[in-house]
Write a protein that binds this ligand. Structure first.
Ligand SMILES: C[S@@+](CC[C@H](N)C(=O)[O-])C[C@H]1O[C@@H](n2cnc3c(N)ncnc32)[C@H](O)[C@@H]1O
Length: 249
């Protein structure tokens, strides 16, 4: 893993250690959300999951993965941070259909059999897309789907970058004033779409998820893409579907 991504995983390990030391932890999911509670699409975006081989990329404490396992999916939840992994292990020991893995997602994708569905609730912006996407595209079965949420505009109103580079965002340890500067790839939707297409995937939709609070600029995008049945299609650059995409500025 390159140094910048090692640094990111280390900050998540500090976060996980902090959370392990607290008596409070997150409640079970009431509704499935893609990071901002009570707005945006829910679990339906994933379609029928029973019987699918599914990867949760950057699974954290594993709540989403546990939900899908309960619906009959064969879920692997991968997280690079040992303390985040520990949180998931403490919370979901011996859960049928759920396999918890502590590893870099790229290393895991290179070694594992391909998945029918890879999803990520705000985990993907912590990996360099140029390193992740080749492994991710190859890690999907033909026809397999990728669905992920990604920060678009932070709560200070800083919009996405117009180049594929990481920039610092603030991660505050819950219940404290301690803040860490966390590198993240916060990219314009056209850049995410271009990266997906360049790696042979067909973009199916880009959905805007805005904070419901008045005056709060926080905004995410939910990306859904599919690996074509054949990755050899030379016209794949024309395969981008534009009609259902509702990418905001
Ligand atoms: C914002 S948290 C999301 C956690 C979880 N998906 C959720 O919604 O609760 C991002 C997670 O990505 C993990 N992560 C960061 N870099 C990673 C990598 N290279 N491979 C796998 N996981 C990674 C972090 O450890 C962290 O737990």
């Amino acid at each position: 893993m390159p140094d910048i991504e090692k640094h990111i995983a280390e900050i998540w390990s500090l976060y996980g250690r902090h959370q392990l030391g607290r008596t409070f932890d997150l409640p079970e999911l009431d509704d499935w959300t893609w990071d901002i509670p009570q707005v945006g699409p829910g679990i339906d975006v994933l379609g029928e999951v029973a019987g699918l081989r599914v990867l949760d990329l950057g699974a954290g404490v594993g709540r989403h993965a546990a939900r899908l396992a309960a619906l009959g999916a064969d879920v692997t939840a991968v997280d690079a941070s040992p303390t985040q992994y520990q949180r998931a292990l403490a919370r979901y020991p011996d859960t049928p259909g759920l396999r918890l893995v502590c590893a870099d997602a790229v290393d895991h994708l290179r070694e594992a059999a391909p998945y029918d569905l890879v999803y990520s609730v705000s985990g993907i912006p912590f990996l360099d897309p140029h390193r992740l996407l080749p492994a991710l595209a190859a890690g999907l079965t033909p026809g397999g789907r990728l669905v992920f949420s990604a920060l678009h505009t932070n709560s200070h109103g800083d919009g996405p970058s117009d180049s594929v580079t990481a920039r610092p965002e603030i991660l505050r340890l819950p219940g404290t004033d301690t803040e860490h500067r966390m590198p993240m790839w916060v990219l314009e939707p056209r850049l995410w779409e271009g990266l997906l297409v360049d790696h042979g995937l067909v973009v199916e939709s880009v959905t805007t998820i805005d904070s419901p609070q008045a005056g709060q600029p926080l905004s995410y995008r939910l990306y859904a893409a599919r690996r074509p049945e054949s990755m050899l299609d030379p016209s794949r650059r024309c395969a981008r579907i534009t009609a259902p995409v509702e990418a905001g500025p």
